[in-house]
Design a protein around this ligand. Structure first.
Ligand SMILES: NC(=O)c1ccc[n+]([C@@H]2O[C@H](COP(=O)([O-])OP(=O)(O)OC[C@H]3O[C@@H](n4cnc5c(N)ncnc54)[C@H](OP(=O)(O)O)[C@@H]3O)[C@@H](O)[C@H]2O)c1
Length: 180
């Protein structure tokens, strides 16, 4: 059974321009909103610096959720441990490794065959098994159905350990938020 709930979330994404003031056009944005925007940028910066082991800028705002690149080839153990200490939910983006080679890897195929499931379901079940919030992207309706059924699959300890072993230092496939 799939339970659904809806929560209001204020999303603060990585600031893509060099300076916070470039995010806000004073002619079109209410000053109060501009302050909120700077707060978001500072919060994001504080979190990023905290992950680097620095104190960061103290805003007093702890995010409820941090969405980071995370999949079996890039497992972000240090960030997950930090989130656990702070009570922040880790949300995995590109959880299927963008549907590329990851879904063809022999270790994943072996576990999928063992359970009679798709490789995408195995990868999603691995995320769920680690207590991660996961947001796979699927345009194909069959993929969406496939992915929803991942909630019915529970991997055993050996499966989880085999996928844990796929972590790689060069496994990042997206931009590094510290340098983008
Ligand atoms: N916060 C950030 O900076 C950030 C950065 C990147 C991505 N994201 C978010 O993360 C989410 C997902 O990331 P993503 O799109 O990069 O990668 P992804 O979810 O890891 O992979 C998407 C790819 O996997 C395919 N796929 C989905 N389900 C499948 C299945 N059951 N079997 C086989 N292939 C399947 C999709 O194909 P079809 O589309 O053809 O179904 C698509 O090509 C998105 O919502 C995105 O907005 C956030």
């Amino acid at each position: 059974m799939v339970f659904q709930a809806v929560f209001p979330v204020l999303l603060a994404t990585a600031p893509l321009s060099a300076a916070p003031e470039q995010e806000v056009d004073p002619g079109t944005v209410d000053p109060a909103d501009a302050i909120d925007c700077r707060l978001d940028v500072e919060t994001y910066g504080a979190l990023t610096m905290a992950l680097d082991g620095e104190d960061g800028v103290a805003t007093g705002v702890v995010p409820a959720v941090n969405q980071i690149e995370l999949h079996p080839r890039f497992q972000q153990r240090e960030a997950r441990a930090y989130h656990a200490r702070k009570g922040i939910v880790t949300q995995s983006w590109s959880p299927l490794g963008r549907g590329g080679d990851l879904l063809q890897r022999p270790e994943i195929v072996r576990i999928a065959d063992k359970h009679g499931r798709s490789t995408a379901q195995v990868v999603l079940a691995w995320h769920l098994g680690h207590g991660l919030s996961v947001i796979p992207k699927a345009a194909d309706a069959a993929h969406m159905t496939d992915n929803l059924a991942a909630t019915e699959l529970t991997l055993d300890d050996a499966d989880m350990a085999a996928i844990d072993a796929l972590d790689a230092a060069d496994g990042r496939i997206g931009s590094d938020p510290r340098t983008m």
